[in-house]
Design a protein. Sequence first.
Length: 155
Amino acid sequence: MSNGVKPPHNGDKSLGDAVADVSEKASQLVREEIELAKAEVKDKVSKLTKGAVIGAAAGVFAIFGITMLFHTLAWFLTDLLDSSPEVGFGIVTLLLFVLAALAGLLAARLFKKGAPPTPAMAIEEAKLTKADLEGQKIQRDQVSRGLERGDEVEA
């Protein structure tokens, strides 16, 4: 009675009206739940998109920062060795190629360990489960044959 209108007595409605009312309310509830889900997904997609764009910008800045770090290292080596800029930049370039080779070797080793990408432990477990189930089926068959002959079941 919060809005001043007296609610109808439960006895005043027929069963059909009550079922129709419940059905209508259930449909409305489902529609509102769908709208809520849409709004939630839209909000999350928006946040993920913004995060991805800002993450990409961070990656670009990091690449430029690393490039400047290598330039600084090259000029530092040039000053340290009191030589021409080509020597400092050559040393940094050689260092980068050595690091690339080491990373490539490590990647190749990891690929060999991961190839082929089959779930070996899961396959082994499935085989064990299958064997166990087949064993249980054989036992059930033996019990049912024994019962047909009139043997008693051992517990």
